[in-house]
Design a protein around this ligand. Sequence first.
Ligand code: 1HN
Length: 358
Amino acid sequence: MPTPTDRPNDLQAQRDRFHAELDKMSIIPLWLNLGAAAQHEPNVAAVPHIWRWNEIKPMMLRGGDLITPQEAERRVLMLINPSYEKKSARTVGMIFGGIQFLMPGEIADSHQHSPNAHRFIIEGEGAYTAVDGERTIMKKGDFVTTPAWKWHDHGNESDQPMAWLDGLDLPFVNLMDANFFEDYQDGNRQTQPIFRNNEDSLHRWGRGMKPAWEQPAEPRQSPILNYRWTDSRANLHALREDEGSPYDGIIMQYVNPHNGGPTLPTISAYLQLLRKGEHTKSHRHTASTIYHVAEGGGGSLIGDREILWQEGDTFVIPSWMEHEHWSIDGEAVLFSYSDRPILQAFGFYREARGERRG
Ligand code: 1HN
């Protein structure tokens, strides 16, 4: 309401007061924040970023001396995009990445949660992950799935530290206000019983056959516990004479044998070979991606940022940012995962040829 002290033509002062009163009512007029609702292109907060293994590893070993997995629940170094809030548990887009490590003799007790998870082994050999009654011994380069609401625990019975990259759809589940978590407890027991044979899931679902008397409990989750590095890598090399994707080289998706789709309902994972001298064309898409260098070295131009990477490094490409990749000094193998299934499920996936090298 105008007061006697208002100049009748002082529209700006009236507007300011109007907006301030709305603000107290927890209302923001659309015209003050049009960008949030209507924009020509995504206004992406995340930035390209790389976490280098030679910088993470010493921190990991220090962490091993300072905190136990029991105290930590999981001893994970969360990779948070520099443009996000530190507490966001968000690496890029709708996905999370973190480096977890277990020292010799350590155990991370069983728990289950509504976020979906997977792991890609960075270093070490001989630790196990158990999921839903099956145990698998992990080796560098293995890809292990831990779908939503399955008991899982890890143990390192080897004599070397073991490190892996955890991928979760945590930001998405948090955005949905649907994050549930439970610790395993059965009397004094904090790890689930193992009631399946080794490689059970592989024999049951992963060899081009399936048990004809069984229906999958949750067909959107891959039933394969461990996609072995030796097999995955061999597949890439078997196809190396193909042209491959102009944007990604010889890239293969890890598939859920139940439906031919991604291994988790929210996250798709890939392994790609960049051959010697290969330099891809550039493109962009609305999926946000976390990359991990499994083998070799190379570079990526992401927006206007050039990132050179080496084995063990982890880097991110935010949504809708033009990018291209190249190998340096021989071949490179990249593991990656993205939130593409979420976008595709609702019709928000979009892809366009790059303007630089499209
Ligand atoms: C989790 O449960 C694991 O089970 C790893 O290994 C990383 C990051 C955030 C929340 C839960 C695991 C996680 C996590």
